[in-house]
Each structure stands twice: as structure tokens, then as C-alpha cells.
Write a protein that binds this ligand. Structure first.
Ligand SMILES: [Zn+2]
Ligand SMILES: [Zn+2]
Ligand SMILES: [Zn+2]
Ligand SMILES: [Zn+2]
Length: 445
């Protein structure tokens, strides 16, 4: 089958499932591609060079890889552990050591980069290979969708019967459609989908809320989150947090959430005339919010008016182009919070006897906040301390795992793997791999 035909068929098949067919199709191809990075890709030198250069993957993709890897027949995280070992041995350790010995350039360039690129709402690290692949898949399938929609009656009919595109994908496809009659048809379907939510009374049920977030912000993260229960660890089994800033954050989790909601309420009410701004989120943070609801029950009741307001705004201006450029408000807020947090921890950082540890995201925040020589030294020490431990434990696992030919991970190996994710992606992302010992989250959400 020619590639274009295959893509069209895939899209049409995805119309039988719930949620945006383009999200579904991209998800399928992402999953097939990403699996490669933790299998054959580990042995591919060029790929490994690129992964090392990027210092691993962005936080959502680090999490995603760890989820697709534990497939049903091999319960092993050997692939991602090897990737992390490469990053630690070929980039982090040598660079940190060179820096601390006073020779060489200060760390790798990526550590100093602004992580929150305004170019792309979804995943934040502009070097992450998986982000790159994902964008390519999205472009290809988006174009294929527009092409099929303009030329095939059967495709259009199937789409009109199916769930609508999520709003980000609707915008993408809409902008590539040439003929105005197809633009109108696509818009009609989208408005119909949005209107359905207007008719549902508050508060939205969990399934409705999930579908609504999916429609407004895209669903890739929602799609892969179904895999989480398979990879989850019990919170009672893992080690206490090593990163000083993550520890602080854990204590303040509830206040942080309240502060976030206050912040959103403040920024979204403008002019004092009752007009409301729109809530713009990346797909990852839409999912993140949805997941927080079990911890913070107030969140949805405070959030729902903004979601509804955002949907309403879309209904009145379905074609507004400027929305594409709006960055995620939670990404921005999180970045500010991280910076403030490490600011408060400065004095600990500058007391070498304390042997402070930092995770990678908080180390980046510390460097964003100030990059004088003292801070760099302190951050380098804090990174070195924590990452060398992570590396040692991963190597212990890989050594045994090779001998046992990918049989089941032992509990302490799984904890080592979890600590690696937590170090690279931060505890806020890694929390999704945890479940309380009492109850695993129900899969029906
Ligand atoms: Zn979509
Ligand atoms: Zn990524
Ligand atoms: Zn941290
Ligand atoms: Zn975001």
C-alpha cells in the first residue's frame, strides 16, 4: 500500500475510536517509533550521540518511554536504563568533572537553554528527539487529513459521523484546507462538538471532563496515560526524595496548587468588566490538571468556569489564528515557581558541607536564576553528587539484567529505574508513576 493511502486508512480507522482521530493516528505512529529508541536505537551510534547531546528526553517523553517499554511480554526497562547510562557516562559525568576541576567550558549548552520554548506548546525541550519525531508525525498526518478531507467524499462522511478533531488539530487542518466549502464543513463539525459541552450542566462528570480537556487541548497525553497503571510503583516502595528543591515542593504541594489556581483566576479575569481571558494549556498540562483532581478536589470546581469560557470563546471565533501562538500558562507558571524555589534554597546550595542534591530540572532552574561562578560550582556539585549515584545503581541493574536475559526486574532495580526518571524529569513528572499502596487508580477515568 502506498504511504499516503496507508495514512488515510489509519486516519479512517481512528475515527472508530473515541476522541480526535488525528491524535489517535499520531499516537499510534509515535508509539511504534518511540519503542525503537529503547530497543534497536540503543545500539545505533548516531542516535545515541543525539540523545546524549540532548541529555535524554523532555520530561513528558521520559515518562512516556518508560511506559511503552514495559510491554506485556518483557517487563524490563533495560532500554531506557541503557540510554540514561549513556547520557550520564558520556555527557554529564565528564562535563561536570571537567568543570569542577576548572578546565573546559561550563557544562553543556543545553543545560543553560530556556526550557520553555515559545515555538511549540506541547513538549518543552527543543532538543528532545521524540519531540522532533512527534512534530513530524503530526505534520504528515495533518496534511494527509486535509488532503483526504478535500478529495474523498467517503472520508468526509466517516469524519462527520466520528468524534471531532481536537482544537489544536482542527486549527492545523483548517489552515491547510484550500477550498472554503471544506473549511466551512470542518468548522461546522467543530462547533457542533463544542456546543454539546455547553449543554452539559455543571459540574462535569469525570469522563466528560476528560473528553472536554481532550477536545480543547489535544489528547496525546491522555492517550498514553492509560498505560500508567502497568508501570506504576507503590509509593511506599520508593526512596525518599534526593533533590532538595523537590523535597520542599512535596511539603508545599497543596499550597502550590492553591497558588496556581489563584494565579490563573487573576490572569484570566481582566478589565474588571466580567470579561474573561482564555485558558491556554499544552496537552501535557491539561492531563496534569486532570490527574491532580484526585489530590486536590477544589481544583475542578475552580477550573471549570475557565474551561467553559475558553470553549465559548472558540465558539464565537473558530478561525482565530492568534491562538496558535499562545504559550501554556501552566508551563510559564511552573518555570517561575522553580526559579523562585531554588532562589529560596540558595544558601543551602552555597554551603558545601550540606552536600545538597538537585534533580536536572531544578538544576536548570538554579542556572536560569543566576549563573555567577559560585552558583555554577554549587549546582555542578549538587548534580554530580546525585547523578553519580543514579548511574551506579542503573549499571548494577544492567549488569544483572544482561545475565538474566531481561527477566523480571527486582524491586530494588525498579526503584533504581524510578529514581533515574525522577532525576531526569523531576519528581513532579515522576509522581505519575506512583500509586498509593491502598488503591491503584481505577482505569475507568
Ligand atoms: Zn488531536
Ligand atoms: Zn520530547
Ligand atoms: Zn528537583
Ligand atoms: Zn504546559
Amino acid at each position: 500500500m502506498p504511504v499516503a493511502e496507508f495514512q488515510k486508512v489509519t486516519l479512517q480507522e481512528c475515527m472508530h475510536q473515541q476522541g480526535c482521530p488525528l491524535c489517535q493516528a499520531v499516537w499510534k505512529i509515535d508509539a511504534a517509533r518511540f519503542g525503537w529508541y529503547v530497543n534497536d536505537g540503543v545500539l545505533d551510534e548516531e542516535t545515541q550521540r543525539d540523545v546524549v547531546r540532548a541529555i535524554g528526553f523532555c520530561a513528558p517523553h521520559a515518562l512516556y518511554l518508560s511506559l511503552i517499554e514495559g510491554s506485556d511480554f518483557t517487563w524490563s526497562h533495560l532500554g531506557s536504563c541503557l540510554v540514561y547510562i549513556h547520557v550520564i557516562e558520556y555527557a554529564l559525568l565528564p562535563d561536570l568533572e571537567r568543570f569542577l576541576q576548572g578546565s573546559g567550558q561550563w557544562l553543556l549548552q543545553p543545560l543553560r537553554r530556556q526550557i520553555f520554548s515559545p515555538l511549540r506548546h506541547l513538549f518543552h525541550h527543543d532538543l528532545c528527539l521524540l519531540c522532533f519525531d512527534h512534530r513530524q508525525h503530526e505534520t504528515t498526518y495533518g496534511e494527509q487529513f486535509a488532503q483526504a478531507f478535500s478529495t474523498h467524499e467517503a472520508f468526509r462522511q466517516a469524519y462527520l459521523q466520528a468524534d471531532s478533531l481536537c482544537l489544536p488539530h482542527f486549527q492545523q487542518v483548517r489552515s491547510t484546507l484550500a477550498e472554503s466549502r471544506w473549511v466551512q464543513m470542518l468548522e461546522g463539525a467543530e462547533l457542533h462538538a463544542l456546543k454539546q459541552y455547553e449543554q452539559i450542566p455543571s459540574p462535569l462528570s469525570q469522563p466528560d471532563l476528560k473528553r472536554y480537556l481532550f477536545l480543547l487541548y489535544g489528547g496525546e497525553t491522555f492517550l498514553w496515560s492509560d498505560l500508567i497503571p502497568r508501570a506504576a510503583l507503590r509509593s511506599s516502595e520508593v526512596n525518599p526524595l534526593a533533590c532538595l528543591a523537590c523535597k520542599e515542593r512535596e511539603h508545599e504541594a497543596t499550597q502550590m496548587m492553591t497558588a496556581l489556581l489563584d494565579h490563573l483566576e487573576e490572569t484570566l479575569h481582566w478589565g474588571g468588566n466580567g470579561e474573561q481571558g482564555q485558558l491556554s494549556l499544552c496537552s501535557w498540562h491539561a492531563w496534569w490538571l486532570f490527574k491532580q483532581r484526585t489530590l486536590h478536589s477544589a481544583i475542578i470546581s475552580r477550573l471549570e468556569p475557565f474551561l467553559r469560557g475558553t470553549g465559548k470563546e472558540w465558539l464565537s471565533h473558530p478561525g482565530a489564528i492568534e491562538r496558535q501562538r499562545q504559550p501554556c500558562q501552566i508551563c510559564e507558571w511552573v518555570s517561575e515557581q522553580e526559579t523562585r524555589q531554588v532562589e529560596r534554597l540558595q544558601h543551602h546550595l552555597h554551603t558545601p558541607e550540606q552536600r545538597v542534591h538537585l534533580c536536572l530540572p531544578h538544576a536548570r532552574a538554579a542556572l536560569r536564576q543566576s549563573h555567577d561562578e559560585d552558583t555554577r560550582q554549587a549546582v555542578a556539585l549538587a548534580l554530580l553528587g546525585s547523578v553519580s549515584q543514579v548511574g551506579r545503581r542503573l549499571k548494577g541493574y544492567v549488569h544483572h539484567c544482561t545475565e538474566r536475559y531481561q527477566s523480571q526486574m527486582r524491586p530494588e532495580e525498579q526503584v533504581a529505574w524510578f529514581d533515574a526518571i525522577r532525576w531526569f524529569a523531576g519528581s513532579d513528572s515522576a509522581q505519575f508513576l506512583l500509586t498509593s499502596s491502598a488503591a491503584r487508580e481505577t482505569s475507568g477515568e
